[in-house]
Design a protein around this ligand. Sequence first.
Ligand SMILES: [Zn+2]
Length: 412
Amino acid sequence: MYYAYKYRLKPSDAHREELDRHRDICRQLYNHTLYRLNEYQDEHGELPSMTTLRSEIPDLQNWWDDLSDVYSKVLQTVVERLFDNLKSLSKLKENGYGVGQLKWKPPRKFRSFTYSQSGFKLDKKGGQTVLSLSKLADIPIRLHRAIPDDATLKQVTVKKEPTGEWFATFGVEMDREPPEPPENPERCVGIDVGILKYAHDTDGTAVGSLDLSDERERLEREQRSLSQKEHGSNNWKQRQRVAECHADLRRKRRDFLHKLSAYYAREYDLVAVEDLNVKGMLESPSNSRNTASAAWQTFLSLLEYKCEREGTHFVAVNPRGTTKECASCGVSTDKPLWVREHACPACGLEVDRDANAAWNILSRGLKDVGVGHSESTPVETALSVDTPVSAKHVVEAGSPTLKERTRGERVR
Ligand SMILES: [Zn+2]
């Protein structure tokens, strides 16, 4: 399994200059390769292979002095990147999207470069941890969490955000055993994600949506100010401010999703959710569909990734009918989106709509891993559902609940 670990770099001014210089050489090589690709196609009537264009690099180095300043494997990944873009472009075309040809990259659009296999390592220099990049520099790095000992470092991508900050993302490979089937039903949870509430689980924990209205207001203010300054001299500074607002929003949203997913992966042996590719299409009204399903998708991929890391089962179940079906007796009742309670005409179960869905998700998840049904009944837990915990609490406390679960040592 492949994992990504992202860290902030702390480059000096001289480092920044070098990073930017390497980034720009890579960008120029990218544009040159794109030019060669088109030229080759005109001459031969077909696209060149990646190997063909990669093999031209040594010749280029004979007249293009700057290229020799950059580590050779980095140059090769630039060519690979062009072919990756080409591949995703043709995939989009297959699906009927009207996408133009590959574009020449201006500096603003080319923000990263990659060391693959070799030419980079983590090191200690002068009492601090540095990312040592061949032909570039030893750049101080903030390792806020450790890369596991059993991980193999495959590559590192250094990227400059629009705010001017630099980050390093390591691609690492780890061998992990698949987890044992869960035995304790208390350590299994079903989660229903929604629009009004962010999440509702079978333990009666409900988490509200993250309120970022202050941050959004600030962004709008800065954007207004930018459009007024369009021709002024402060244009560049203001653009930077807008980028910072965007980064701030993104950081807060991700921080919330990181903490919530870490909580579930840490506290449970099995986590069941809905397969959102289907759910997004079934449930959300068209205007909020894109934002909501994008956030769900991020949450689920973080959750899946963290579950795998913690040895927790992650199950994505078929979402069809999870809100309509009664978690207690299985009878289906039609329920429009605005009906927030589940009241079963067959067995009389009355619970929150999302709690009912969460229970259905859990029992489908348990069935999927072959464990059968959960011991506790929906009614017991559903009764303890209270007002949702605010998302802010998750961000501050790192989890939606205050109660500390006691659990035995995990066997690895
Ligand atoms: Zn029922």
